[in-house]
Each structure stands twice: as structure tokens, then as C-alpha cells.
Ligand binder design. Structure first.
Ligand SMILES: O=C(CO)COP(=O)(O)O
Length: 164
């Protein structure tokens, strides 16, 4: 049997998206069982109960759990973030939600925010194999240098950048 490269997968869902996440997770239980699961508190409790799989839980998202997951991402402890956030609700934790998504981008981990993307993600052959992600080097490229190198080019190239 092929051995799989185990990933640390964080699962987070807003209340109106928890049903969606649990349905998705149940459908993909066989795949998820081969990996290590992390979650915010209420999401994690549901995953444990419905999937009967172990979950490392942090605090509830709105009580610091979003930041805890973000910290784990920046410490290299989370490989994949599945975050079904609610696009129809304004929440007090919106700044932390944005921060978590930003950290996922900054550390170049795969982030799925809806079921379709999560489906594509779990069906990728890369999920079970070793994958060396590119690590952004923000130290070498300070923000000013970055925007200079992007925008000191001709107007034509500047226009091109805005369209990609
Ligand atoms: O609030 C959340 C995401 O912002 C999720 O937290 P819970 O999983 O504890 O509901």
C-alpha cells in the first residue's frame, strides 16, 4: 500500500456554514481520516461527533480561535485551511476572519472557502503526496521595494498587472 504524506488540515465554519462543512467532511471522511485535523471549538466538536475522528481543537473563532489557527499557520503547523465563512453575515469577528485568510495567503497554504473549492482540494493528488510549497520571502522584498519593482515599469506593463 502507498504511504500517504499526512497533512495538518484546519477546519473552521461559521454557524450558517457548519451544516455545509459537516456534509462535506462526512462525504470525504475516508480521505480526511488519513490526515490530522484541527478546528475551532464548535466546528471541531461537530466534526468529532459526526465523523468520529480525533480533532485538535482551539478556542471558538470569535474568542481567539481564528488567531490561534493563524498562529499555527505562521508556525508551519497547518498545511491546509478549509474555512467556510458566511458571505451573507456581518460578524463581530470579521477583522479576525480577514486576518486568518490573510495569513493563509501570506504563508501560501491552500485555502478553501467553499465546498466546490474544498472538493477540488481533497481530490488533488497532491493532498496525499509530499509537496514543497514556495515560501514567500517577504524579508528580502520590503513592501516599498515590491511596489517599486512592480510599478516602475512602463505604463503598458502596469496596465497588464492590473488585469491579472
Ligand atoms: O467563529 C468561527 C470562525 O470565525 C468558528 O468558531 P467555532 O467553530 O467555535 O464556531
Amino acid at each position: 500500500m502507498d504511504t500517504i504524506d499526512k497533512k495538518n488540515i484546519a477546519l473552521v465554519a461559521h454557524d450558517y456554514k457548519k451544516k455545509d462543512l459537516i456534509e462535506w467532511a462526512l462525504f470525504n471522511k475516508g480521505v480526511l481520516a488519513g490526515h490530522s485535523l484541527f478546528a475551532t471549538e464548535a466546528t471541531g466538536n461537530l466534526v468529532e461527533k459526526e465523523l468520529n475522528l480525533p480533532v485538535t481543537k482551539v478556542k471558538s473563532g470569535s474568542m481567539g480561535g481564528n488567531q490561534q489557527i493563524a498562529t499555527k499557520i505562521s508556525e508551519g503547523e497547518i498545511d491546509i485551511l478549509i474555512f467556510f465563512w458566511d458571505p451573507l453575515a456581518q460578524l463581530p469577528s470579521d477583522p479576525e476572519v480577514k486576518a486568518l485568510l490573510r495569513i493563509g495567503m501570506a504563508w501560501n497554504i491552500p485555502v478553501a472557502c467553499n465546498r466546490a473549492t474544498a472538493d477540488f482540494l481533497v481530490s488533488s493528488p497532491l493532498l496525499n503526496s509530499s509537496y514543497q510549497k514556495q515560501q514567500p520571502d517577504y524579508k528580502a522584498q520590503g513592501k516599498e521595494n515590491l511596489s517599486e519593482s512592480f510599478f516602475s515599469d512602463t505604463d503598458e506593463n502596469y496596465g497588464l498587472l492590473l488585469t491579472i
